[in-house]
Design a protein around this ligand. Sequence first.
Ligand code: G3H
Ligand code: 13P
Ligand code: ZN
Length: 331
Amino acid sequence: MPLIKTTAMFKKAYEGGFAIGAFNVNNMEIVQGITSAAAELNSPVILQCSAGARKYANSRYLVHLVRAALEVSDIPIALHLDHGPDYATCKSCIDDGFTSVMFDGSHYPFAENIAKTKEVVEYAHAHNVVVEAELGQLAGIEDDVKVDADKAHYTKPEEVEEFVSKTGVDSLAIAIGTSHGAFKFKPEQCTRNADGVLVPPELRFDILAEIEKKIPGFPIVLHGASSVIPKYVKIINDNDGKLDDAVGIPEDQLRKAAKSAVCKINIDSDLRLAMTAGIREHFKAHPEHFDPRQYIAPGRDYIKELVMHKIKTVLGSEGSAPGIMELVNQY
Ligand code: G3H
Ligand code: 13P
Ligand code: ZN
């Protein structure tokens, strides 16, 4: 089976009220952990590489790791460039065999974002590759933008129709309150529940609904959608790590999003936490070990456990692989 585009995946996800998990990959064990979970649950999956991942691992290694995963697991897989910074990077991925690229022009003024995105779309479509673009900028702690701050950081629903029609883009990432990383909200932006756990503010489902109305049937993407699962944070902290006040997007909110026009949910930080938890736990228990296979395998196992949990509880994509494969030839 070849790598596929996301078109059939998104069509089925939209109609079926579920979302496809887009997981960031940087090395072999991450690819294996994700795809063995997806294969066990007969779920499609998007494996995505950032510019940083391509620099770290060398793009050719990542392409071949993903192709190897395709050979051993009989599920639909798309290979996607995450946060492509410019035309050259998108072109390089398209030429490398990626089936989907994101051009992230969200920091450009509206007209410039349209012009630059359109250029990427023209090259991608001529090579049978789909394009994700972004409108609005994710609020978050990294750039010191408060979630409840200036609405200008959220996607403006009145802009999406023009953006989609002028660029010809295939999916759209929007900003409704998610953010990148394991520290998505400052403690003072959250409330604490009875157990003392930080509870972040609700995502802006009102903005999502307005966007859905403007571009019905169009696939929406959520970046910065890790939940920062407390189990893995606790394992890390219990085994000499130090992650104070890490907080993510509550799973019930992501499930709600997955039932709507959101067809792709991006997850990276949760993978990092799961792998780090496995490795730290192993080292604490076995300080005498020095064979990388001994300590990386538990990280891979936690990634598999995490991805199975996401597919079942958050994404709802379990068992949807056959329906997507049936559709693939039409796109
Ligand atoms: O959204 C960004 C992803 O988490 C990728 O992060 O650039 O460190 O690979 P990275
Ligand atoms: P997280 O940091 O929430 O995992 O987001 C990942 C992401 O959006 C990758 O593009
Ligand atoms: Zn992102």
